[in-house]
Ligand binder design. Structure first.
Ligand SMILES: O=P(O)(O)OC[C@H]1O[C@H](O[C@H]2O[C@H](CO)[C@@H](O)[C@H](O)[C@H]2O)[C@H](O)[C@@H](O)[C@@H]1O
Ligand code: UDP
Length: 459
C-alpha cells in the first residue's frame, strides 16, 4: 500500500494544545493511516539564512514528523506576510485588511521552493502526496519542476471568494494556474467549487471536459467539494474522559444559577467575535429576563499576533467586553467571561456540554470544526442548541442548527433568545439530525473520499 505524505504549514506539536482545525484534523487522519507529516517546525531562527531552514525528522507513533525551521525573514514574508496578510484576508472577503506589500511574494515563493527541495529526497516512488492550504498553493508546481512524478492532491481549508475579489490579488493568475500542477483540488463546500469554477471561466476561459474536470491555462484540473469532518467517536471518548468530565462539573457547579453560552475560536477577524458579543449585549437589552442569568464564556485563543489586524481586533474586543461587564454586571454576576488563552483540547468537550447555547458565528469560515464538536459533545437527553453563521462552510451541511446572519445584531439576539427558550423535544430532534450528519461525514469519510478521488483522477 502506498504511503501517505501530508504536507502542511502547521503541524500538530504533541507538546502543545492544538488550536486550529487543520492541525487537529490532520493529526487525527494520520494517527489512523500512519505515514509522513512534513511542515514548519513552528520555530523561528534569528540567525537563519532565507530559504534555508534546518530539516529534522522524528517518529511519533506510526507517523514520521519531518519539520523545517523558518528564519525571521521567511516567517515575516511567507507566513505573516503573503499567507496571512494577503491570501487569508482576501480569501475571507476582507480586501480592506489586505496588505499587498510587494516584498511578501518573494518570501512565499522562496519557502515553497525550499519545502519542495527538502521534501523531494524523503519521498518514495509510490508515495501519495496530500498538500494542505493556502500557504502551499505553488508547492506541486515547485515539486514538478524538480522532477516529482507522484500523485499530488491539494486541499484548501479556507473559502474561495468570488472571482472579482480573487482578482484583487496581484498574482491571482499565477496562483490559480499553479493549482493545475495538482491531480486533484479539494475544497470545503459547493459554494467554493462554484466560485473556483466561475473564476476559471471568467479569468482562464475554462471549459468543462468531464464531471468536475476543467480545462484552462493550457492544462486540466479535477475539482471537488470534500467538507472536512471531526472524529466523532474520538470526540465522544474525549467527552467521557476525566478532564472533560471535571471541566463539565466545575462549570455546572460555578454557574449553577446561570444559563451558559459559549464561543471558542482563535482571535481572528474572520470569526465574527465582536459581532457576537454585540449580539449578546442586544440580547440583554431586548430580553431583560436574561439579566443576572445569561453568561457568555468567550474563549479567544491567541493567534498570528505579529499581524496588525489581529492586535487591533484584540483591543476592540477587550474594550467591548469591559463595557458590557461595566454596564450590565453586578456584584454577583459578570455577563461576559472573556479569556484570551488557548484552552487544552481535552477540556473543550466539557465546556461545550455545559453550555446551553454554542455560538459559532464567523463572518466567513472555510468549515469551522467547533460547530461539529459542540454538537458531538452534547448530552442527547438534554442537548444544547447550536447557533451557526450561514457564512461558515459548516452551514451547508448543518441545516438543523439555528442559522444566523452575523452582521444582523438584532436578528442574532432574537435567535439566541429562541435557542435559550427552545423546548426539549425540538432540541432533541435538531441534535439527532445534526449528529447523523456529522457522523455520516466524519473525518474518516473526508480522508477516504478525497484519497479515493485522488487515486481515480486522470493524469
Ligand atoms: O496555523 P495557524 O496560522 O495558527 O492557524 C490555524 C489554522 O487556521 C485555519 O483553519 C482552517 O481549517 C479548518 C479545518 O479545515 C477549518 O475548519 C477552518 O474553517 C479554517 O479556518 C487555516 O486554514 C489553517 O491552515 C491553520 O493551520
Ligand atoms: O482554545 C482553543 C481554541 C480552539 N481549539 C480547537 O481548535 C480547533 C479550531 O478549528 P476550527 O476549524 O473551528 O477553526 P480554525 O481555528 O481552524 O480556523 C477546534 O478543534 C477547537 O476545539 C482548542 O482546542 N482550544
Amino acid at each position: 500500500m502506498s504511503r501517505l505524505v501530508v504536507i502542511s504549514n502547521r503541524i500538530a506539536d504533541p507538546r502543545k494544545p492544538a488550536a486550529g482545525g487543520l492541525a487537529v484534523a490532520l493529526g487525527e487522519t494520520l494517527s489512523r493511516t500512519g505515514g509522513m507529516w512534513f511542515g514548519w517546525s513552528g520555530t523561528i531562527t534569528e540567525d537563519g539564512v532565507p530559504g534555508e531552514g534546518k530539516l529534522q525528522t522524528r517518529q511519533a507513533g506510526g507517523v514520521t514528523l519531518a519539520t523545517v525551521d523558518l528564519c525571521q525573514e521567511d516567517h515575516d514574508s511567507y507566513y505573516a506576510g503573503y499567507s496571512n496578510s494577503v491570501l487569508w484576508p482576501v480569501f475571507h472577503y476582507r480586501l480592506d485588511l489586505a496588505d499587498f506589500n510587494a516584498g511578501y511574494i518573494a518570501g512565499y515563493r522562496r519557502v515553497n521552493q525550499m519545502f519542495a527541495r527538502k521534501l523531494l529526497p524523503l519521498l518514495k516512488d509510490d508515495d501519495i502526496l496530500w498538500v494542505h492550504d493556502y500557504h502551499l498553493i505553488p508547492l506541486a508546481a515547485e515539486l514538478r519542476a524538480l522532477g516529482c512524478k507522484q500523485r499530488i492532491g491539494f486541499f484548501l481549508h479556507i473559502p474561495v471568494p468570488p472571482p472579482l475579489i480573487m482578482a484583487a490579488i496581484p498574482q491571482h493568475e499565477w496562483l490559480m494556474r499553479s493549482l493545475f500542477a495538482y491531480d486533484l483540488v479539494g475544497l470545503q463546500s459547493e459554494a467554493d467549487v462554484s466560485h473556483f469554477t466561475q473564476y476559471l471561466r471568467t479569468e482562464g476561459g475554462a471549459e468543462s471536459v468531464g464531471p468536475q474536470r476543467l480545462r484552462a491555462f493550457g492544462g486540466t484540473v479535477q475539482v471537488g467539494a470534500f467538507p472536512i469532518g471531526i472524529d466523532v467517536d474520538e470526540f465522544s471518548r474525549l467527552t467521557a474522559a476525566p478532564d472533560a468530565v471535571q471541566t463539565y462539573e466545575a462549570m455546572k457547579n460555578e454557574y449553577s444559577r446561570r444559563r451558559l453560552l459559549m464561543g471558542i475560536d482563535r482571535l481572528d477577524y474572520s470569526k465574527g467575535i465582536p459581532q457576537r458579543v454585540r449580539a449578546f449585549r442586544e440580547l440583554l437589552a431586548r430580553y431583560p429576563e436574561n439579566q443576572h442569568s445569561a453568561t457568555l464564556i468567550m474563549i479567544a485563543s491567541p493567534t498570528r499576533d505579529s499581524v496588525n489586524a489581529y492586535a487591533d481586533l484584540r483591543h476592540e474586543l477587550e474594550g467591548l467586553c469591559g463595557a458590557i461587564n461595566g454596564d450590565h454586571g453586578d456584584l454577583d454576576w459578570m455577563p461576559v467571561r472573556y479569556i484570551h488563552r488557548t484552552v487544552a483540547r481535552k477540556r473543550v468537550p466539557g465546556l461545550c456540554r455545559a453550555s446551553a447555547v454554542g455560538l459559532v458565528t464567523p463572518l466567513r469560515d472555510g468549515m469551522n470544526l467547533v460547530a461539529k464538536e459542540y454538537v458531538a459533545a452534547q448530552d442527547p437527553e438534554d442537548p444544547g442548541v447550536l447557533v451557526l453563521s450561514r457564512f461558515a462552510g459548516a452551514a451547508e451541511q448543518m441545516k438543523e442548527a439555528l442559522l444566523v446572519n452575523p452582521y444582523d445584531t438584532q436578528g442574532m439576539a432574537d435567535c439566541i433568545q429562541t435557542a435559550l427558550r427552545m423546548p426539549l423535544a425540538e432540541r432533541q430532534q435538531r441534535h439527532q439530525a445534526l449528529m447523523d450528519r456529522i457522523r455520516r461525514h466524519d473525518i474518516h469519510w473526508w480522508r477516504r473520499t478525497f484519497l479515493e478521488a485522488l487515486e481515480k483522477a486522470q493524469d
